[in-house]
Design a protein around this ligand. Sequence first.
Ligand code: ZN
Length: 283
Amino acid sequence: MVSMKELMSTAYKNHFAIPAVNVENADMLEGVISGAARVRAPVIIQLTEPAAEAFGAGYAAYLAKYFAAKFDVPVGLHLDHASNEEIIMDCAAAGFTSVMLDFSECELSEIIKKSRQIMAKLKGMDIAIEAEIGLIGSMQSETVKTDIEDARFLCGEVGCDMLAPSVGNVHGLSTKSARLDFDLLRALHSELGLPIVLHGSSGTVEKDLELAVDLGVTKVNFETEYRRIFQKTLMETLVLPPKIMKPREVLGVLRKEVSDRTEEKCRILRCCNKADLFRHNAQ
Ligand SMILES: [Zn+2]
């Protein structure tokens, strides 16, 4: 695995972004890493707090390290949308390389206070911090676009390594229909000069993701469409004639679909053949 600080700073300097895929089981995790490996790309495995609890932080870290070594590509391991100190510390101790602190529903002063408390506990560990400012909405919750002054203040106060803004992206969309606010993205890029993370990218128009790579975006999160792959693949495969019913074959189809989709993401985000930039760090 590779330090997330290294992944982000190298992507930032070299103008590419890395797909960060939410996984919920070993087959999805393997599929993501093998897909990146086919195009020699770095990749990020991430888990939500409930997924990290169900999976087990240590098991997730073991699998990420195992498949990073097996496929010989740089892999980061990230805890997504985290606010529970116990889960964060478990993941940090297990070897996760970054965490997103999500206190976005709090007032700015409270976000800063809570972030500092967690970061003090993580001091001395090689774990990068992703901060959210503004509210990245979903079908069920409101969206508040990032205020650039608030973003500047937050970054200055907590010293995060990457920022997740709300720039038109929306969580959980079932079609690629969200458009990014490029004026805001451009302003954040030029004012803050640090790696930007795009959430909700399953629902963002692909052309917008391609353009965002030129504006400081280095980590692009995908969850919803991978969930759909999981559901669709299993539903379609399980009704095939019984000769294909062996679990390893059914899950093999899932791994292949996940792998293909990840390869496609690497092409869109221009991180193919960038793995060797990190070889000196590979463990
Ligand atoms: Zn998110």
